[in-house]
Design a protein. Structure first.
Length: 173
């Protein structure tokens, strides 16, 4: 039995390593993907970028069905701030973004199933995408605002997110 568990653990680890390696290989060309050739083989700016999206939920309840500009950016996310998986190779338009998510929680929780639309403006610009950027941190806050940050490696909590998380821990949540 113990060997079966070790084999499963090893197989899972190898699968995760292969997935992350594929993410890195496919998105090392993030800036290069911003340039296309037109019919005369002249370079022109593209209208999208491909990034790995890492979502953070700072609500005190789960959320799910997170869509950034119509693209699935996260599935189900538990409460309280941690990064909840990576959606690899998400093609996002440059410019202003739309963002929606659905509120979850135990049966009877107010607003369960309600779709929330972000209140603030979210923008992806070429200037955000320095060489080596492969990840987009998507930070969703309980006041229906959100924040984007760009990183070469896995993004971390934002300062605001860390303050919310620490305040909840201090209050025993």
């Amino acid at each position: 039995m113990r060997n079966d568990i070790n084999i499963c653990t090893c197989a899972f680890s190898l699968a995760m390593l292969a997935t992350l390696s594929a993410c890195q290989a496919d998105t090392n060309t993030t800036l290069e993907s911003l340039m296309n050739l037109d019919s005369k083989h002249q370079k022109k700016e593209a209208k999208y970028v491909i990034l790995n999206v890492v979502a953070f939920n700072y609500y005190d309840r789960p959320i799910h069905d997170v869509y950034l500009s119509g693209k699935g950016a996260a599935g189900a996310m538990s409460a309280y701030g941690g990064a909840h998986g990576i959606i690899a190779g998400v093609q996002l338009p440059l410019g202003e973004q739309t963002l929606t998510w659905e509120l979850g929680g135990p049966k009877g929780t107010p607003r369960n199933g309600e779709t929330v639309t972000v209140k603030n403006k979210l923008v992806i610009e070429i200037s955000n995408l320095r060489q080596g950027v492969r990840y987009l941190g998507l930070h969703i806050y309980p006041d229906a605002t959100a924040e984007l940050n760009f990183a070469e490696d896995l993004p971390e909590m934002t300062e605001r997110g860390r303050e919310l998380y620490n305040a909840r821990r201090k209050n025993g949540d």
